[in-house]
Design a protein around this ligand. Structure first.
Ligand code: PLP
Length: 438
């Protein structure tokens, strides 16, 4: 054993001596091309990083007494340039990558929640690429509030007296509490004590008994206090499938003074938080010093403005808002999509088609997701692909492909749930799967 590790040490020392130096690499003709394309400091940093990684690899392999990729790598200056080029390309490429969501979770927090309807995308582009009347009254030629753009439509679609948009629902809850809690004291219904992630505490599912909101409102108002109801998802569309989700209009009717919800959950809009309710309570939020720190940004406001207008005609919202469309799509439509994916994977059109026996359709249950109450479930269909061997490795390869694909694993099979996959993505999804598998 000792002899073996000594040998590795000697080998390792030789490898370290063979490793090119930064200056040598920078004198390579290919490196000169990089220096023309990128700032010198970036190129030097990239070359340094490559050398550091190789050095660390050699040392680690030496310590473990085994051969590694670094042991086998060509360490000459010319060989290091392509590595540096790849690091540079990665450094100047935006980090956020497109993902095909084959998980069956429609509002997937880790995958960016809601997709915007085209109307909202257009509004974002307009607001992002030119000046707008964000906080300016064109009629009066004077300063105005950014809230003016969404205030009335929020009141119309929620039936509330007053409304305020902020940058996310956590901010709406924070501001509601900051603006209304007297002496810093807040009473929280036990049924609402749970953590939703990053230490933000809210709600429990399946609690034995939850007091009716009317009761809580009565108790609060007897004591001259304010009742805040944090809905989370804020389903507006009145779809039968949202029957289990806490309903906004019911909450207001039951006497909640402030109701808060997210812009990018079941509303299907941008990241935003909305507080609606009684005028005095909302006004207290508006006037609180924290309101400025928590304000909604202009791109989100543009998208929220456009999405809310779709809700003026609920049938139109259902058609145009991708989150609603995905959840409301008839099972037959999802089934047809699954059949198309199966055909693309097994059909003669594909150069490396999969044998029919490896691809099956499977009934699944998709979820709305992202809510504090992840209760909304919808029947769905998945394409299940059997693999011989390393299913996890294949799922990992799909995740780092272009576009990235995130799917589920079940019983050693890859499951591609079609509920949150759009028709336009099917060809790409099929070729990503075929590339990963063959
Ligand atoms: C999601 C959620 C939040 C946080 O909303 P964000 O928009 O992510 O800040 C707060 N409360 C409840 C009940 C939620 O479901």
């Amino acid at each position: 054993m000792a002899e073996r590790s000594e040998k590795a040490d000697a080998g390792g020392r030789a490898r370290l001596r063979a490793l090119a130096a930064v200056d040598e690499v920078l004198r390579e003709p290919a490196a000169l091309e990089l220096l023309e394309r990128f700032p010198r400091e970036l190129v030097v940093d990239a070359v340094r990083a490559v050398i550091e990684r190789l050095r660390a690899g050699i040392l680690a392999a030496g310590a473990a007494g085994e051969a590694s990729a670094a042991q086998a790598a060509d360490l000459t200056p010319a060989a290091l340039v392509p590595w540096a080029a790849r690091l540079l390309e990665a450094a100047v490429t935006p980090s956020l990558r497109r993902v095909i969501n084959a998980t069956g979770v429609v509002v997937h927090t880790n995958l960016g929640r809601a997709l915007l309807p085209q109307e909202a995308v257009d509004a974002v582009v307009t607001a992002a690429s030119g000046y707008t009347d964000l906080e300016y009254s064109l009629v009066r030629g004077a300063r105005a509030s950014r809230q003016d753009h969404v205030h009335d439509v929020l009141c119309t679609v929620t039936g509330a007296e007053d409304a305020l948009a902020v940058n996310n629902n956590a901010a709406a809850v924070l501001l509601a509490l900051a603006a209304t809690a007297r002496g810093g004291e807040v009473l929280v219904a036990r049924g609402q004590l749970v953590e939703i992630g990053d230490g933000f505490r809210i709600r429990i599912v399946g609690f034995t008994a939850e007091p009716a909101l009317e009761e809580l409102a009565g108790l609060a108002h007897e004591r001259d206090a304010v009742l805040v109801d944090d809905l989370g998802s804020g389903a507006l569309a009145g779809l039968p499938m949202f029957a289990e989700e806490p309903a906004l209009t019911e909450s207001i009717a039951a006497g909640a003074d402030i109701v808060t919800f997210s812009g990018d959950k079941l509303l299907g809009g941008p990241q935003a938080g909305v507080a609606v309710g009684r005028a005095a309570a909302i006004e207290a939020m508006r006037r609180h010093p924290l309101a400025r720190a928590l304000r909604i940004d202009k791109l989100d406001l543009a998208a929220l403005d456009a999405v809310l207008r779709l809700y003026l005609d609920p049938a139109r919202a259902l058609e145009r808002v991708p989150t609603l469309a995905a959840l409301a799509a008839p099972l037959a439509e999802v089934h047809a999509r699954a059949e198309r994916l199966r055909d693309l994977l097994t059909g003669s059109g594909a150069a490396e088609a999969l044998p029919l026996g490896r691809v099956a359709l499977l009934e699944t249950v998709a979820r709305a997701g992202a809510g504090a109450l992840p209760v909304t479930e919808v029947p769905s269909v998945a394409v299940a692909v059997s693999v011989d061997g390393d299913a996890e490795g294949l799922a990992a390869a799909l995740r780092v492909g272009v576009p990235a694909v995130v799917c589920r694993l079940h019983d050693g099979r890859l499951l591609f749930d079609l509920r949150a996959v759009r028709d336009a993505e099917l060809d790409e999804l099929a070729s990503a799967v075929l590339t990963a598998l063959t």
